[in-house]
Design a binder for this molecule. Structure first.
Ligand code: AKG
Ligand code: FE2
Length: 346
């Protein structure tokens, strides 16, 4: 999903649906070969790995390493996040989305910004996504836009965004250290990337879609960030991961977190860990809310392969770039079906 792109008409999908469109607006139609029915794989019984934080440390770190190398996606159980808090947050998200449009519009995303409420807009290739989002910054302190962007209704939404953000953030700090260790790096290697990281929490509503066979909730993309923590509704499908050129549905385990490695980690690990392509489907008879927390470096932080991972037989695959320059590069490149992090290849 492109941060801050905004929808062409700035109109939320829920509002679009009120006009009961009989045909699908062209801007949502996926290009040939990239539609929701193309290259789907539902029969192989493959599942993304599940990592149990209660396993002994060396087993857990080995499983983490394999998951990051082979998939770039995994689910985590026994992660320490109080899922009752998450369930309350999701309930409040549904309550937010059923409020009248004029109430929601108070928190509307301004042109060129990524925080706020509205249709998220365009995927990397320029096709519009069928999703409404409410995006709030959790950190750094200077970016926390509580008064301007965190809705004050429904009551307690702010409280639960804050509490869920803190708890997910605690797990994220552990994950950053475990990722470093699993690569054979000092546990604080990702500290600069993450200690003062930019963390944003999005509540994504995938409304019912009468054109579900031609549009996507979120088109195929990889995440530009360090990593993303996603919390889907238990047992509800929709998220799909690209595996061996096919789209594999993710089955969210009860009370699990889904983690996906972002482009920054792919570059920092010199390509060992994968920032995998993924997308989200929508359905005619089932809507869902996902909670998405992105962790990214501050714009000025330099991203490049860790020196410790380089040798004459493993030279740097990626050149150095500031995170801000990388985002600019990605936003300028609308090519389809290519890994965006390839633009940093040496
Ligand atoms: O909401 C989801 O299931 C996926 C969202 C996603 O991939 C993203 O926001 O980058
Ligand atoms: Fe994503």
């Amino acid at each position: 999903m492109e941060e801050g792109s905004g929808d062409e008409k700035g109109q939320a999908i829920q509002e679009l649906l009120k006009s009961c469109p009989k045909t699908v607006p062209q801007r949502f139609v996926q290009p040939d070969g990239y539609g929701p029915r193309d290259r789907r794989c539902t029969t192989l019984g493959l599942e993304i790995p599940v990592i149990d934080m209660l396993h002994d440390r060396s087993t857990m770190l080995r499983e983490l390493k394999e998951a990051c190398q082979d998939w770039g996606f995994f689910q985590v159980v026994n992660h320490g996040v109080d899922m009752e808090v998450v369930r309350n947050l999701r309930r409040l998200a549904y309550e937010f989305y059923v409020m009248p449009s004029q109430e929601k519009r108070k928190w509307r995303r301004k042109t060129g910004e990524s925080a706020g409420y509205g249709a998220f807009g365009k995927s990397s290739d320029g096709t519009s996504d069928w999703v409404d989002t409410l995006c709030m910054y959790l950190s750094p302190e200077s970016a926390r836009n509580v008064e301007t962007v965190w809705p004050d209704k429904p009551e307690l939404l702010r409280v639960y965004v804050d509490e869920a953000g803190k708890q997910i953030g605690e797990y994220a700090q552990k994950l950053a250290a475990d990722l470093s260790e699993s690569l054979g790096l000092p546990r604080d290697h990702f500290k600069e990337v993450l200690a003062d990281s930019v963390a944003s929490l999005r509540l994504n509503l995938y409304p019912l879609c009468p054109f579900a066979d031609r549009v996507l909730g979120v088109g195929a993309h990889s995440d530009m960030d360090t990593f993303t923590i996603l919390i889907e509704e238990s047992e509800k499908e929709g998220l799909e991961v690209l595996k061996n050129g096919l789209w594999l549905p993710v089955k969210p385990v009860r009370d699990g977190l889904i983690v996906n490695i972002g482009d920054v980690t792919q570059a920092s690990s010199n390509g060992k860990y994968k920032s995998q392509g993924h997308r989200a489907l929508v359905f005619e008879h089932s809507e869902r809310v996902s909670i998405v927390v992105n962790y990214s470096p501050l714009p000025g932080v330099s991203i490049c392969p860790a020196q410790e991972l380089l040798s004459s037989s493993h030279p740097a695959m990626y050149r150095q770039s500031s995170y801000a320059d990388y985002i600019d590069l990605c936003q300028a490149d609308k090519s389809l079906g290519r890994d965006r992090v390839d633009s940093l290849l040496c």
